[in-house]
Design a protein around this ligand. Structure first.
Ligand SMILES: Nc1ncnc2c1ncn2[C@@H]1O[C@H](COP(=O)(O)OP(=O)(O)OP(=O)(O)O)[C@@H](O)[C@H]1O
Ligand SMILES: [Mg+2]
Length: 312
């Protein structure tokens, strides 16, 4: 098998060298071509999730006697959906509905109990290492070496991604500027940054590697309105410039509507509906009545609607 990995020589003098912060389409396309040649990627589908189930033990409170096996509940129960390449797909749902669990499984941090998950045709259980080359994740509570500076953290990450230090610096400085983070502040220890500033560094760290599939778990939670817009714009630019596919979770309904091509609603571990923002709003509204995304959320996660669906 040919060596699919992009070497440092490929990156040197690449598009990112010429313009700081430009996202790198060339390597991503090459990576996907190789996946297609190896018989994984079908040229269309970025993500396929089928019958995905994940169970966790019930919290301690419900345990009856230490000798009994703790009962388990399904944090994800038979979730099925697909995301096309270049799509921005949003997941919304109440606290505890399973969004982060799903993201963790897609990023190979957690193993599914049942079902299948493929990223560009690569199975997360059978081939997690290859999946990891295709994805990157921004978590709500991103992990850093907190006593190291922002730039030390970014340099560490760039080495893992196999970027040249100089090209990495150009890229992350450019990306930081695009979301209103003054690169000078990278000299500070991460623990001295505000929550929002830290979140921006986390976003840039993930974007720097130009992943084929970007998993964003509440990427803009905790950001001020301007920063929120800037990160949202960067997500859209990333899709346009690099051809990245995005799966994101959010509690911000305006963001879901503004950013997502399609939205899936998770409720108690089940994907209860999927549609474009306009479709969902149409379905949530009464005759001649326009619904907002918030109405959509309230309707589809409300007890009333669920009782109707289950036959009363
Ligand atoms: N490692 C774990 N062990 C046990 N239970 C877990 C674990 N991780 C998640 N859960 C449970 O699974 C359910 C889904 O959690 P998850 O974090 O996926 O929800 P979420 O949709 O991301 O919620 P939020 O909107 O609050 O971020 C919750 O009931 C949670 O308590
Ligand atoms: Mg979560």
């Amino acid at each position: 098998m040919n060596d699919k990995r992009v070497t440092n020589d490929d990156l040197k003098g690449g598009p990112a060298m010429e313009s700081a912060g430009t996202l790198d389409r060339v390597n991503l396309d090459r990576e996907l071509e190789l996946l297609a040649a190896d018989g994984f990627y079908d040229g269309k589908r970025a993500l396929r999730v089928e019958g995905l189930t994940k169970r966790f033990p019930q919290p301690e409170g419900k345990r009856r006697g230490f000798w009994r096996r703790r009962p388990r509940f399904a944090a994800l129960a038979g979730v099925t959906f697909a995301v096309e390449k270049n799509e921005i797909f949003g997941l919304i749902g109440m606290n505890g509905s399973g969004k982060s669990t799903l993201i963790r499984i897609l990023s190979t941090l957690l193993a599914p109990d049942e079902g299948e998950v493929e990223v560009f045709g690569v199975d997360v259980t059978r081939n997690p290492a290859r999946v990891r080359e295709l994805i990157n994740r921004v978590a709500v509570d991103a992990a850093f070496f907190k006593v190291l500076s922002g730039s030390e953290n970014l340099r560490y990450a760039s080495r893992l991604y196999g970027l040249w230090p100089q090209e990495a610096r150009g890229r992350y400085n450019g990306l930081l500027r695009r979301i209103g983070f003054e690169p000078k502040r990278l000299k500070d220890q991460v623990k001295s940054l505000s929550r929002g500033e830290r979140q921006k560094v986390a976003v840039v760290r993930a974007f720097m590697s130009t992943p084929a599939l970007l998993l964003l778990d509440e990427p803009t939670t905790g950001l001020d309105p301007r920063s929120k817009r800037e990160v949202q714009r960067l997500i859209r630019d990333m899709r346009a410039e690099a051809g990245t596919t995005v799966l994101l979770t959010t509690h911000d309904m305006e963001e879901a509507e503004r950013l997502c091509d399609r939205i899936g609603i998770l409720h108690e571990g089940r994907l209860i509906t999927v549609g474009t923002p306009a479709e969902l709003e149409r379905r949530a509204g009464g005759p001649g009545e326009a619904a907002t995304m918030e109405d959509v959320f309230l309707k589809f996660t409300g007890a009333e609607w669920l009782a109707d669906e289950n036959g009363g």
